[in-house]
Design a protein around this ligand. Structure first.
Ligand code: OAD
Length: 259
């Protein structure tokens, strides 16, 4: 493993021969759009809020309005945020390497809004609510731009038009399995990729954190972009200590210059 302080031809060289690139992203990818990460020491969501009260099926059954209100806050925050230069750089990278796939742990839609066409959501989406009883998808209604950003707001969830059950956020909660189609697709693209770019994840939440090893075991380069070391660092061929909005555009520039 080598750690770089500045962009280097090494990254471009590692990506240059790779026709199939996977970009795996975590909460740090959205941080510069103003969306908090989970494990930051002060501002991280799990430092400020108790996942036991907000991010389990049991918590939802206990207090639906508390949990739905908290996710409404997160949804409003995402809807009021904009993708940044790092999201745009991934779209540019896909123009250089057709077949690029984004595998994200994020439940926001910033990759899609930036223009990424092939995004696998391992942990579900804030924009795919469904009935907790029958599983029927429920349309997401965009929140007014003036929606106040209040994490403690209590909002009674809508009812399912099919069975009358409560509508729950379409995200993966603690104790739940990942959506099988997303997981299978992620495993497939990680088994086929020729280079992996891992951006903004602490690499500690399983099973997502195990995915990079599928590329590594086949001898494919693993490149990490993250201001801090984490669970992916030991297997990374290159770890670049920078942010997504700073590093990704430089990587794409380097690569386009070496075409
Ligand atoms: P974490 O909050 O665990 O980690 C965020 C990572 O982003 C850290 O490694 C930071 O160093 C890095 N980071 C912070 N700012 C950055 C920036 N501007 N650019 C690049 N990187 C930056 O988030 P995840 O690894 O995504 O699961 O967490 C994984 C899962 O844990 C989440 O999907 C969520 C959570 O519990 C569920 O909700 C199911």
């Amino acid at each position: 493993m080598s750690v770089l302080d500045a962009p280097s031809a090494t990254i471009a060289a590692l990506l240059a021969d790779a026709a199939k690139i996977v970009v795996m992203t975590g909460a740090g990818m959205s941080a510069e759009s103003g969306i908090p990460t989970f494990r930051g020491t002060r501002s991280g969501l799990w430092a400020r809020f108790d996942p036991e009260q907000l991010a389990t099926a049991g918590a939802f059954r206990k207090d639906e309005a508390l949990v739905w209100g908290w996710y409404r806050w997160r949804t409003a925050m995402v809807e009021q945020a904009q993708p940044h230069a790092g999201h745009a750089a991934i779209v540019e990278l896909a123009a250089l390497r057709a077949g690029l796939v984004v595998v994200t742990q994020n439940v926001d839609d910033l990759h899609e809004r930036a223009g990424s066409g092939d995004v696998v959501h391992l942990h579900g989406s804030l924009f795919a609510p469904r009935c907790i009883a029958c599983g029927m998808p429920h349309p997401h209604e965009r929140l007014p731009a003036s929606t106040a950003l209040d994490p403690a707001i209590r909002v009674v969830p809508p009812r399912c038009t099919h069975c009358g059950g409560s509508i729950r956020p379409g995200v993966v909660w603690f104790g739940e399995s990942l959506p099988a189609p997303a997981w299978q697709r992620a495993e497939q693209v990680l088994q086929e990729c020729e280079a992996l770019l891992v951006v903004g994840t602490s690499g500690v939440v399983q099973p997502a954190a195990s995915l990079p090893s599928l590329a590594k075991r086949r001898g494919k380069p693993v490149i990490e972009i993250n201001p801090e070391a984490g669970g992916i660092t030991p297997m990374a061929d290159v770890s670049w200590r920078t942010t997504a909005a700073d590093g990704l555009p430089q990587v794409v520039k380097l690569l386009s210059e070496t075409r």
